[in-house]
Design a protein around this ligand. Sequence first.
Ligand code: FE2
Ligand code: FE2
Length: 163
Amino acid sequence: MLPENLTQALNDQFNNELQAAHAYKAMAAYFSEKGYHGFANFFLVQSQEEHEHAMKFYEFLVTMAEKPQMQALNEPKNSFANSMEVMESALSQEKDVTKRIYDLVGIADETHEHATLSFLDWFIEEQMEEEKMFRDIIARLKGIQEGGEYFLKMDDEFAARKN
Ligand SMILES: [Fe+2]
Ligand SMILES: [Fe+2]
């Protein structure tokens, strides 16, 4: 068992990771509609990864003898002006997740829950990588025309993403 406020916060993050998976599918759909199937694949794989993050919280709650509780998902942003806006939304979503993970670490620290602190370490590392990945993509997209030669090269590259 865990302190009630910590259980609540862990459960909120379980659901927030599912929300992230949901939002990434909407980003995939932007690219699918345009026929950029490599970029779409990139976001579908990203969505799958968020589902795996959610399940890490699910399993941790179960391990600590707590019950995961499903919450309603919100409608994600479904329309984007261009691929840069998609990537900027993704980066801002990841920054928000990082903040939520830090808040969780704060609660685990206050309640001296060392098992939870150890569990959350992995997410701190992961968030550093996630933010870097989107920052790098944004840097590559700057000055690139959507549908142009280099953009299509990136589409081919993203078609190969498997995990
Ligand atoms: Fe995540
Ligand atoms: Fe993420």
